[in-house]
Design a protein around this ligand. Structure first.
Ligand code: RIB
Ligand code: CA
Length: 314
């Protein structure tokens, strides 16, 4: 089989249980080359998400650079989600104390340097609010040709989850999302349309727990924590949002996608932060987003089981 060059990626998130699992997945395969990991403020404050990132990256044996993101949205007041991820932002299993420290550069400076230094165009994989990605695109528009695509978790073409219209990552910083969606950089959007079909059930996280290595045990506990929260609010399973943005790069064949034009609503009384999609071409706006609409749930669960197995020998 011909050698397929690994996709150079920069991961960015607000861990967050599902961000953490997205990073476990990304780090489990040689098909992605993680140039760097950056944090954003969202599920919790930047201090807490960065501390969580240090512990996650220690657990999975990541040795590359980590950079701390900006502390607050471009305009919106800061918003967190302790009700979902806990006061720490990553409540549940005990994690190792950090063996990695953030670099001096802030995340925007690090992302710019890594993109400049990369021989290949880089894929950005943000799974939290888009504050830092927007700052990068605004401060360094010259780097856009070296950004292959942005594979993000965010938005929802049919509904929101933090308000009836808006999904959390977009709502935390709508102005940032507007910059990103208008940037002209190709966007692969794992919105609620697909992530709420990426449901993990107890039999899935028990399969992961049975793999038995330390990473598998922690991922099973993260999923169990996430499952119990969502079960208590009426879900049948845990919608594991963020790993969908990574799975879309590795296994697009388990998904269905549609190219659409998406605008970000900034002024709506009820709809601020909504990803407004022209699903049927009712405007003359060209598509700016490849939106993921569906997923083979069983194949997705199998993907997570295979991912943790990669840590047997690590
Ligand atoms: O709405 C789901 C998103 O919000 C996920 O990225 C989750 O981690 C939270 O950031
Ligand atoms: Ca997230």
């Amino acid at each position: 089989m011909e050698n397929i060059k690994p996709i150079p990626v920069i991961l960015e998130g607000d861990p967050g249980h599902d961000d953490a699992i997205a990073w476990v997945l990304a780090n489990s395969t040689d098909r992605l080359k993680i140039l760097g990991v950056c944090t954003s403020a969202g599920n919790q404050t930047i201090e807490k998400t960065t501390y969580n990132a240090q512990r996650i990256l220690t657990l999975i044996g990541y040795k590359g650079p980590l950079a701390k993101g900006r502390t607050r949205p471009l305009i919106e007041e800061p918003m967190n989600a302790p009700s979902v991820h806990g006061e720490s932002g990553l409540d549940g299993p005990v994690l190792p104390e950090p063996e990695i420290e953030p670099v001096e550069e802030d995340s925007v400076v690090l992302m710019a340097r890594l993109i400049e230094e990369s021989e290949e165009p880089v894929t950005l994989v943000p799974t939290g609010p888009l504050t830092n990605i927007a700052a990068l695109l605004t401060e360094r528009p010259d780097l856009k040709p070296k950004i292959a695509r942005i594979s993000l978790m965010g938005g929802g073409l049919a509904s929101g989850n933090w308000t009836p219209a808006a999904e959390f990552n977009i709502l935390v910083d709508p102005e940032a999302a507007d910059v990103v969606f208008r940037s002209g950089v190709p966007i692969l959007m794992a919105g609620l349309d697909v992530t709420e079909k990426a449901l993990i059930f107890p039999e899935d996280f028990e399969r992961i727990r049975a793999v038995g290595n330390p990473v598998a045990k922690v991922v099973a506990e993260w999923l169990e924590f996430f499952y119990h929260f969502h079960r208590d609010i009426g879900y049948t399973g845990a919608p594991v949002h963020d790993p969908c943005a990574v799975a879309a790069l590795l296994h697009p064949e388990i998904m269905t996608m549609k190219d659409v034009h998406v605008d970000i609503e900034l002024t709506g009384k009820y709809c601020r932060g909504m990803t407004v999609a022209d699903m049927y071409g009712s405007t003359d706006k060209k598509p700016n987003v490849r939106a993921i609409l569906n997923i083979d749930r069983k194949a997705f669960a199998d993907l997570l089981v295979e991912a943790v197995k990669a840590y047997d020998e690590k």
